[in-house]
Design a protein around this ligand. Structure first.
Ligand SMILES: [Zn+2]
Length: 320
C-alpha cells in the first residue's frame, strides 16, 4: 500500500468535487485506510510467525530436529558410562502387569516384521483380528516399522479401528541393549544412540501415519537391559513386558495357547502375535476367551489402565 497516493490528492480536487463528491472521496479514503490497516496486521502476523520459526513445514521439522538433537545429547551425557547389570524380559522398570484386583486382562499382539518383504514375520493373522472384531474385544497392538512397510494398507485399517491402540514395537525389531547383546540369535542395539533410534524412528513413523503418538514400547523379543529401559522412560514411554506368554513367539499349538491364557489373573498382560497366520494363536484364543468371560474376566487396553501399569521394582528384579 502506497500512502503517497492518498496524500497526493490536492485541496483543489476536493473543492471541485462538491459535497456529494467529497462524501464519496472520504468513503474511498476510509476503505483504503482499512485495507492498509488489514494488510499491516497480516504482515505483522506473518513476521511474528517467521520470527519464532513455529509456522510452516520447514520451520516445524527443523525445530523438531533441533529439539531431538538436544534430547539425544542430554541422554548421551546422562547414560554414558552406565554398565547394565540385567538382561532379559523382566528387568527393573519393565511393566509386566496392571496393578489391580479387578478381573481385567490386557491382550497385546505384536506385529514384528522381517528384514525382507517376503519374510514370514510380515504376515497378518486375519482370523485373529476378525475374531477380536466379531467379539468386540479391545486389544493393544505393538507394531514395528518393518511390519508397517510390508503392510501399509492393513496398518491404516488397524489404526482406524477404535477397538485397538497402536503402540511402538521398534524400528528394526531389535532387543534393546546399550551394549549389543543378542537373544535367540537376534542382535540387539549396541549403543545409546541405537537404542534411541530403535525407539524414536518408529515412534515418529506411527505418529506421522496415525496422528497419535504411542505411549508404550515393547522391544523386539521383549528383551531389555535396565539402562535401555531407563532410556525408554526418558523418551516419555513405558517399557512393556508381559506376565503371560500367550503363544511363545507364535510357536504354541492350540492347546498350549489355551492353557497359557487360562493362567491369567487380575491385571495380567498377555503377549501374543498377530503376524503369523499359520500359527495356532487365533484358534487357542477362540477357545480360551469364552471361558475367561464365563470366569468373569473382561478385556482392556493398556491405555485404559495407564496409571496402574506397574513396573518391576529394583528389589524384585534383583531377587530373580
Ligand atoms: Zn516382536
Amino acid at each position: 500500500m502506497k500512502f503517497s497516493r492518498i496524500r497526493s490528492v490536492s485541496p483543489g480536487v476536493i473543492l471541485r468535487l462538491g459535497r456529494p463528491g467529497l462524501a464519496v472521496l472520504l468513503a474511498v479514503l476510509l476503505v483504503l485506510g482499512l485495507v492498509a490497516g488489514l494488510r499491516l496486521v497480516v504482515a505483522l502476523g506473518a513476521a511474528g510467525a517467521d520470527g519464532d520459526g513455529s509456522v510452516g513445514d520447514d520451520g516445524g521439522s527443523h525445530q523438531e530436529l533441533e529439539l531431538e538433537q538436544k534430547l539425544r545429547a542430554e541422554l548421551l551425557a546422562r547414560f554414558q558410562g552406565r554398565v547394565p547389570r540385567q538382561w532379559g524380559e523382566r528387568v527393573t522398570g519393565v511393566v509386566t502387569r496392571i496393578d489391580t484386583t479387578e478381573k481385567v486382562v490386557a491382550l497385546t499382539f505384536d506385529a514384528c516384521g522381517g528384514s525382507t518383504p517376503a519374510s514370514p514375520s510380515n504376515g497378518y493373522d486375519r482370523d485373529l483380528i476378525d475374531f477380536l472384531n466379531r467379539e468386540q474385544i479391545p486389544a493393544t497392538l505393538f507394531i514395528s516399522s518393518r511390519w508397517i512397510d510390508a503392510n501399509p494398507e492393513l496398518f491404516q485399517e488397524l489404526a482406524r479401528n477404535p477397538l485397538f491402540t497402536i503402540e511402538n514395537h521398534g524400528y528394526l525389531h531389535r532387543p534393546l541393549s546399550v551394549t549389543g547383546r543378542s537373544v535367540y540369535g537376534v542382535k540387539g542395539t549396541a549403543s545409546i544412540n541405537e537404542v534411541i533410534d530403535e525407539i524414536l524412528l518408529n515412534q515418529r513413523r506411527i505418529e506421522q501415519l496415525t496422528g497419535r503418538a504411542p505411549r508404550y514400547f515393547r522391544s523386539g523379543t521383549a528383551y531389555y537391559d535396565e539402562v535401555a529401559v531407563e532410556i525408554v522412560e526418558a523418551l516419555g514411554l513405558k517399557a512393556i513386558g508381559f506376565d503371560i506368554l500367550g503363544d511363545a513367539g507364535a510357536t504354541f499349538n492350540k492347546e498350549q495357547v489355551k492353557r497359557a491364557l487360562l493362567g491369567v489373573r487380575p491385571g495380567s498382560i498377555v503377549l501374543c502375535h498377530m503376524n503369523h497366520p499359520e500359527s495356532d494363536t487365533a484358534e487357542g484364543l477362540m477357545e480360551a476367551v469364552p471361558i475367561l468371560k464365563r470366569m468373569g474376566f473382561r478385556f482392556v487396553r493398556l491405555r485404559d489402565y495407564h496409571d496402574r501399569l506397574s513396573a518391576i521394582g529394583a528389589e524384585t528384579a534383583a531377587r530373580r
